[in-house]
Design a protein around this ligand. Structure first.
Ligand code: UD1
Ligand code: CA
Length: 459
């Protein structure tokens, strides 16, 4: 079998996904925090490498922006006139690239894996198919295209066009929306597709019957009940696919030695890296590029995104972390909020109702209660009293607060930035600090208390 020109990949992702009832393009709807299309692209990547193209259309700019690494490999299908029309839109680019074969994959099959694609493509090549497609067996063929096997050959009949009175009840073998074909065949047959069907669309699936009629070798690769090929067309199917992924990821965590409590309520995205020996307690959510070190503990009701927990640190219930880095021995929460740029060095402590944004808390810093630390650097061993606020925004610009080592900030202090509190200083409770405090000084910035004698009430 020759493979002149190699294999090009084409993901069809231009559709709106009408049955999702959402303005967001279907391929950008997320599963465990990642867009559906990201899953499909990473399934295709090992087989197709750089030879992967994506057809976009509905809100194409949004889809493109979400995948900057695919720049230059998008094809725009301005009007979505069906999957056959989507393939036709990409033919000039595929032809120019000079591929021998093209692997076409629907963009709404997020459970797809590189192994499934490899096996499918290998089988198609081994059988010297001119056109192959993957099929699966489902309980209810629903809106899927039905595979009809007749003595004359195989074809796909779309659900809306399926006439049971003529064809008999559907068998449950459906088209999975993955095709492998010679590019020469696609170029020959695609221009001849018609939209004379119930939907008024150009169906890629019609190529099957056309290829067979032209005497080409058509192969249906039946993958049985393989769930990796289930499509997502409705909110229910999206949730079901997400649940399958979730279970697979949690199983992987168990296998690698992570302790997962209440496992059916732990939601971890595909890019999280959790070290063996870490403990996650459900319900909790962890999306994006999270890194959890050995022995770190994440309590229930924690939501994390793109955050790192060093070995041995602890996040207590109801805390939210986004873009945060938490060092060894730190304790966060309950009810803490770490926003992007929050960096806690070893043994720092952030307690309930404390919000930290774009601030470094050096080792051993304590901010136990009810505070806001934004655009700040807090030196090692400093104590931030309850109710301390860095006033970092003047209505136009953000300003920095710098607090030295071993400082004590009394409760209910407002630090009006830009401002510096020198090391070893002490700020009296209730102060409004608008001027720098030199090292080792006591600053009190509030009205002095006066005790006046009470006027006696005349009786
Ligand atoms: C399609 C198949 C059906 C199969 C099912 C498998 C056709 C005609 N039918 O049906 O046989 O059982 O997938 O999941 O192909 N798209 C475009 N441009 C368009 C229309 C669609 O890029 O003009 C993209 C969509 O974004 C989607 C994919 O093609 O990712 C499939 O389209 P969809 O409308 O979901 O097709 P199904 O009705 O599911
Ligand atoms: Ca679909």
């Amino acid at each position: 079998m020759t493979m002149d020109g190699g294999v090009g990949g084409l993901v069809l992702a231009a559709g709106k996904g009408t049955r999702m009832h959402s303005e967001v393009p279907k391929v950008l709807r997320t599963l465990l925090g990642e867009p559906m299309l990201a899953y499909v692209l990473s399934a295709c990547a090992p087989l197709c490498g750089e030879n992967l193209h994506v057809v976009v259309g509905h809100r194409a700019d949004e889809v493109r922006r979400r995948f900057p690494e695919m720049a230059g490999r998008f094809v725009v299908q301005a009007e979505q006139r069906g999957t056959g029309h989507a393939l036709a839109s990409a033919l000039p680019d595929l032809t120019q690239a000079g591929y021998g074969h093209v692997l076409v994959v629907n963009g709404d099959v997020p459970l797809l894996t590189p192994e499934v694609l490899n096996e499918f493509a290998a089988k198609a090549l081994a059988m010297e198919a001119d056109l192959a497609f993957a099929s699966i067996e489902v309980e209810d063929p629903g809106a899927y295209g039905r595979v009809v096997r007749e003595p004359g050959g195989v074809r796909i009949v779309e659900a809306k066009d399926y006439d049971a009175s003529r064809l008999g009840p559907a068998t449950g073998e459906i088209n999975a929306g993955i095709y492998f074909m010679r590019l020469s065949l696609a170029r020959e047959l695609t221009p001849r597709l018609s939209n004379d069907n119930t939907s008024g669309e150009y169906y890629i699936t019609d190529l099957v019957e056309m290829a067979a009629a032209a005497g080409k070798k058509v192969v249906a690769v039946n993958r049985g009940r393989d769930a990796a090929l289930l499509g997502v067309n409705s909110p229910r199917e999206l949730a079901a696919a997400e649940e399958r992924l979730r279970v697979a990821i949690v199983d992987g965590l168990f296998d690698s030695g992570v302790m997962v409590r209440v496992p059916d309520q732990v939601r971890v995205g595909p890019h999280a890296v959790v070290a063996p020996g870490a403990v996650l307690c459900g319900p909790c959510e962890m999306y994006g590029r999270c890194r959890i070190g050995a022995g770190a503990r994440v309590a229930s009701h924690v939501v994390m995104r793109d955050s790192e927990l060093a070995p041995g640190c602890e996040v207590l219930p109801f805390s939210h972390l986004e873009g945060a880095v938490v060092g060894t021995g730190c304790k966060v929460g309950p009810f803490a909020r770490l926003r992007p740029g929050a960096v806690l060095m070893e043994d720092a402590r952030v307690g309930n109702f404390v919000e930290v944004k774009k601030s470094v808390l050096e080792s051993g810093v304590k901010a136990g209660h009810l505070s806001y630390l934004g655009d700040a650097r807090v030196g090692a061993g400093t104590n931030i009293g309850a109710g301390t606020i860095t006033c970092n925004y003047d209505g136009r610009d953000k300003h920095a607060t710098v607090i030295g080592e071993n400082v004590f900030i009394g409760s209910n202090t407002a630090l009006v930035a830009p401002v510096t509190v020198g090391k070893g200083a002490l700020v009296g409770a209730g102060s409004i600090i608008t001027q720098d405090v030199p090292d080792g000084m006591l600053a009190v910035g509030r009205a002095r208390q006066v005790n006046l004698s009470r006027r006696r009430r005349s009786s």
